[in-house]
Ligand binder design. Structure first.
Ligand code: AHR
Length: 500
C-alpha cells in the first residue's frame, strides 16, 4: 500500500531555526586534540587548527558549537586553558579518566569558531564550582575591558569581547556519574542563583538549565518540574539529551528512535508549561536538545581508561556509523524540525572523532561518516518555515514503542524561493514503500532534486580508506503530476525531495 503525505503551506509549526543544526566539541578523547586541533598536521594553520576539518565542519552546515563539555566541564577550571601555553597546568580529567594538557582552551576555541563560522555555546562548571567562577568566565568572554578578568583576556590577545549569548548552566547534573551530581532541588537553587548573577552582567544572555540526561532517568519529569520551579524566571531553555543505539539486534525499535525523541520533547514541554501555568506567567521555556545522536555505549570504544592510566586524548567513543545509523540520525532531525515551535536549539553530539560525523587520522586524512550526509543535507536545504505534514502510513510492531508508522516525514517551505523540501524515512526493514505526496495546496510543482540514502548492506560503514561507496544518490522514479508526487523509498532509507 501507498503511504500518503499531505503538505499544506497553511500548517506552519514555526521557522526553521539555524540553531537546530548545532553540534558539540568536548574535551574528550580525540575531539579536540588530533580532532579540530593538531598543530603538527600538514593542514594545520597558524593557530594549530586542522583546515581539512574546518572545511568539513563548514560543509556539514553546523550553526552553534557547544563547548567544553559534557561531563568534562563538571570538574574543569576554565582558567587553566588561557594565558601562556607553557604555564598552563596538566590536570586530571575525572570524567574521562584522562590527562588534560590545556594546550587548547577558551581563546583557541573562540578563534576556531570564527574560522568555522559557528556560534559558540558555552557550558559552565556547576559540578565543582559556583557563582564566582561563572561570573569570571562571563566577564572574561563578554566584558569589553577595564576590569581584572576582562583585561586578562585582552592581555591574552583578544582585544574585543567574544559576546557569547548562549550559556549552559552545568551539564547532566541529574546523573550520578556527574562530578558534583545534585538533587533537582540542589541544582535548581544553584542554577537560579548563578543565572541571576550572570544576568546582572548581561540581561540578554540566553541561559539553559539542565534537564534530564534521557527519558529513562528515574527522575525524568520530576527533575524538570523542580528545576524549573526554581529557575523559571531566570532561564530561557531547558536541556534534553538522548542517545540511541540498536540493542540486542532489535533494528525495528532502533529505527523508531524518533518516537522516543518526540515523546521526550512532549514530556519536557508539558512539564515546563505546567510550571508556567502554576506561576501564572505567559513566559514559555523552550528546549535546547543539546546532546543527541546514535551512540553504542556498550562497545569497547566507549570504555574509559582505569587505574594509574591517565592518557592524553585517548581513542574514546569512536563509533563507526553504518547505514541504519544514518537513517536514524536523519529521522531524529525530522523530529527536531517538527518541534521547531519548542525546540529552539540542538546539538549533534559530537562533531569530530567522538561519536561524530567527522573522523580524523592523526597526521592523516579526515573523512565523513554515513551520518554526515543526512545532517549536511538537512542543514543546507531545510529553509523558511517548518510545515506540519499529515502522514498516513502502515505501521509495524516494535518491542520498545508498540505500533509505529513505517513512514515518517516533515516538510519545510521557503516562501521567498517557493521551495518545498520533504524529508522522509522508510523504517521498513524488508520492503520498499511507495509514497504519494499531495502538494495540491501549492498548485503544481516540479522536482529540483531528490536524493536517498540506503544500502542493501545496512552494516556498511565508512572508513578512512573508503568513505564514498555509500553516498546519497538520486531517488529513482520520482514523478509529479497535477500536484501529486509519487516516489518509492527503499527499505531502511532516508530521503530528501526538493520541489518548487
Ligand atoms: O557526549 C558524551 C557524553 O554524553 C557527555 O559528556 C555527557 O554530557 C553525556 O552523558
Amino acid at each position: 500500500t501507498t503511504a500518503r503525505i499531505t503538505v499544506d503551506p497553511g500548517f506552519v509549526v514555526g521557522p526553521v531555526r539555524r540553531r537546530t543544526f548545532g553540534s558539540f566539541v568536548e574535551h574528550l578523547g580525540r575531539s579536540v586534540y588530533t580532532g579540530i586541533h593538531e598543530p603538527a598536521h600538514p593542514s594545520a594553520d597558524d593557530g594549530g587548527s586542522r583546515t581539512d576539518v574546518l572545511e568539513l565542519v563548514r560543509e556539514l552546515g553546523v550553526s552553534t558549537v557547544r563547548y567544553p563539555g559534557g561531563n568534562f566541564v563538571s570538574s574543569y577550571r576554565w582558567e587553566d586553558g588561557v594565558g601562556p601555553r607553557e604555564q598552563r597546568p596538566v590536570r586530571l580529567d575525572l570524567a574521562w579518566h584522562s590527562a588534560e594538557p590545556n594546550t587548547f582552551g577558551l581563546d583557541e576555541f573562540m578563534r576556531w569558531c570564527v574560522k568555522a563560522g559557528v556560534e559558540p555555546m558555552m557550558a559552565i562548571n556547576l559540578g565543582t564550582r559556583g557563582i564566582t567562577e561563572a561570573l569570571d568566565i562571563l566577564e572574561y568572554c563578554n566584558v569589553a575591558g577595564g576590569t581584572a578578568v576582562s583585561e586578562q583576556r585582552r592581555r591574552n590577545g583578544a582585544e574585543r569581547p567574544y559576546g557569547v549569548k548562549m550559556w549552559c548552566l552545568g551539564n547532566e547534573l541529574d546523573g550520578p556519574w556527574q562530578v558534583g551530581h545534585k538533587t533537582a532541588h540542589e541544582y535548581g537553587r544553584l542554577a537560579a542563583e548563578v543565572g541571576r548573577a550572570m544576568r546582572m552582567v548581561d540581561p540578554d544572555l540566553e541561559l539553559v538549565a539542565c534537564g534530564s540526561s534521557n527519558t529513562g532517568m528515574p527522575t525524568f519529569g520530576e527533575w524538570e518540574r523542580v528545576v524549573l520551579t526554581e529557575t523559571y524566571d531566570v532561564v530561557d531553555l531547558i536541556s534534553a539529551h538522548a542517545y540511541y543505539w540498536e540493542e540486542d539486534g532489535d533494528l525495528g525499535s532502533f529505527l523508531a528512535s524518533a518516537v522516543d525523541m518526540d515523546e521526550f520533547i512532549a514530556g519536557v514541554t508539558a512539564t515546563a508549561d505546567a510550571v508556567g501555568a502554576a506561576k501564572k506567567t505567559d513566559k514559555k521555556i523552550h528546549v535546547s536538545f543539546d546532546e543527541w545522536n546514535v551512540w553504542y555505549q556498550t562497545r569497547a570504544e566507549s570504555k574509559v581508561p582505569e587505574g594509574a592510566d591517565w592518557p592524553v586524548a585517548p581513542v574514546l567513543l569512536e563509533d563507526r556509523y553504518n547505514v541504519a545509523d544514518a537513517v536514524v540520525v536523519g529521522n531524529l532531525l525530522i523530529s527536531l524540525l517538527r518541534h521547531t515551535d519548542r525546540v529552539h536549539s540542538a546539538s549533534l553530539a559530537q562533531l569530530v572523532n567522538v561519536i561524530a560525523p567527522i573522523m580524523t587520522e592523526p597526521g592523516g586524512p579526515s573523512w565523513r561518516q554515513t551520518t554526515f550526509h543526512p545532517f549536511a543535507l538537512t542543514a543546507r536545504h531545510a529553509k523558511g518555515d517548518v510545515l506540519r505534514v499529515s502522514v498516513s502510513s502502515e505501521t509495524y510492531d516494535t518491542a520498545r514503542f508498540g505500533a509505529v508508522p513505517v513512514i515518517d516525514a516533515v516538510a519545510t517551505h521557503d516562501e521567498e524561493t517557493s521551495e518545498i523540501t520533504v524529508f522522509a524515512v522508510n523504517r521498513s526493514v524488508g520492503d520498499a514503500t511507495r509514497v504519494a505526496v499531495d502538494l495540491r495546496a501549492f498548485g503544481d510543482g516540479s522536482v529540483i532534486e531528490a536524493l536517498e540514502l540506503s544500502n542493501p548492506d545496512l552494516t556498511w560503514h565508512a572508513t578512512a580508506e573508503d568513505s564514498t561507496s555509500v553516498l546519497p544518490k538520486p531517488l529513482a522514479d520520482v514523478k509529479v503530476e497535477s500536484g501529486r508526487l509519487t516516489a518509492v523509498l527503499p527499505p531502511v532509507s532516508w530521503a530528501m525531495i526538493r520541489i518548487s
